[in-house]
Design a protein around this ligand. Sequence first.
Ligand code: SF4
Ligand code: SF4
Length: 486
Amino acid sequence: MTQAVSKPATQGTSPRVIAGWKRPDAADATARDGGSLVQLDAHTYDRALACVHCGLCLPACPTYTQNGLEADSPRGRIYLMKGLADGQIAPTPAVINHLDLCLDCRACETACPSGVVYHELIETTRAQLNDLRPTTIIDKVLSLIFFHIFPFRSRVRLAILPARVLQRIGLWRVLTRGTLAKLLPKQLAKMQQMMPDRGSLWQQRLAERFDADPTGTINGIPRATVALLDGCVGSVMFHDVNQQTVEVLQKAGCDVLVPRAQECCGAIPHHGGRLDQAKALARHNIDTFMPIDGPRPDFIVNNAAGCGAMLKEYDHLLRDDAQYAPRAKQFVSRVRDISELLVELDPPRPEHEVNRQVTYHDACHLAHGQKLTAPPRTVLSWIKGLDVVPLPDSEMCCGAAGTYNLSNPRMARELAERKIKHVQETGARVCVAGNVGCSMQIQSEAHRLGVTLKVTHPVSLLHEAYFGCTAVAGDSEQTSHNGDGS
Ligand code: SF4
Ligand code: SF4
C-alpha cells in the first residue's frame, strides 16, 4: 500500500487559472466527502511539485501543439492532477477528458529541464479516475477488447480469425468499404481499418530455442543468450518481424530463447489504469524469464517500443512488493530493445546492399520512454546502400500511443496526418518505425489518405541486408493496407 500524502490546507484558496480551462463550478463536482478522490503517494506527488511551470515542454506536446489549449499541455495537466490531489479541483467529465486526451507519449519528459517524470503522475491519476468515467456501451466493448482480448495471444488469434477468413475469400474489402463500415462506431471502424492484410489464418508460435549462427559467434562461442518477448498482439499481427528478429539475432551470434509461458508485458492494462492486472503480468513474466531456480538469459530483448518501455518499468511498478521488487530490478537490468542490444553486441556487419531511400520515425516509447534515438539509426547505418533522410519532427507522436488511436480516434487521426505530411516532405516512400503500434497507425492512415507509403521495422531492413532478400512473407513492398490479402 502506498501512503497518501497529507496536503497543505488549501480549502478556500483559488487554484491558479489555466488558460483554455475553466475551473468547474463546485455545484458540478462529484461529492468528495470533503477530501480528494485522487490520492497520490509521496513519491508521485513530488513529481508534480517538481514542475516549475516554465512551459519548455509545451512545443514538444502533440496535443497542445495540435489544439493550443493549456489544459491539454503537460503543464496544464500537471496543474489539473495536482489540483485533483489537493482537493481543489473536482474530477468533472471536462477535467477527465483533458487527462484522457494525453497520449502518455512522454515527449514532455524529454523536454523538461526539471526532471518531471510525468508518466508516473498521469498513470497513477488515471488509475484512480477509472471508476468516475462515464461509461457507454462502446466503452464497455472497448474495455472488453483492450483488457480481456488484447493481452491474451490465443484470444487475439481467435478474435481476428473471421477477418482473416474474409480476407482469404476476398470479402473483407467489400464489407469494410461498404455500408457496414459506415455503420460501425468510429472506434471500431478504426480497429477494422488497422487490421493488417498479412499473416496466416492461425498464426503458429515461434519455436522455443534457436542456436547462434557460427559466423556471428566469437571463436564458436555465442555472444549472448537472449530471451525474446514476442508480444501478445505483436506475436499474432507481426509474426514476420518476430521471425526476422530471431534470425538477425542468430546472425549476430546469439542463442535465442522464446519462452512459451510468457504473457503480455502489461502495457495495455497499465496505460488503461488497470494496475493490478499489469502487476500480475509483470510478476508472471519475471517468473518466466528469470526463474529463481532455472537458467537465466543474459538479455531479455523485444522489438516493440511500447513493450520495451513497460518491461523497463517493472521495478517501479512492483516497488512496493517486497517479494518481487529486488527480482524486478534484476529483470529490468537485462531488458534491451533489439537495436540497443545489437549496438551493444557489435556483430559482423551485413553484406547485402539495400538500395532504398527511407526516413526514420522515432516511436515515443523508444525516444522518450527509453531514451533510444541513436541505436536504431546506428543499426540502419550498417546497411549498405540505404539512404536515411531526416524526418522533420521525427520525435512527435503519430497518434498510435497504445490503444489511444482506438479510444481517441479524432486526435489520433490529426496527429497521423501531421506525421504523414512530414514523411511526404522527405520524398521517401518508406517510413521506418520500431514499434508495431506506430506501424499500424501510420500505414493504415496513409492508406486512408491514398498516400503511397510502406512502413517497416528496422529489423526487417537489417534482415534484408543480412540475408539478401525480404525473406519473410508479408513484408513485401506494399502501398496499401487493410486489403483482402490478395
Ligand atoms: S505525455 Fe505527451 S501528450 Fe501527454 S502531456 Fe506529455 S507530451 Fe503531452
Ligand atoms: S518543462 Fe517541466 S518544469 Fe517546465 S512546465 Fe513542463 S513539466 Fe513543468
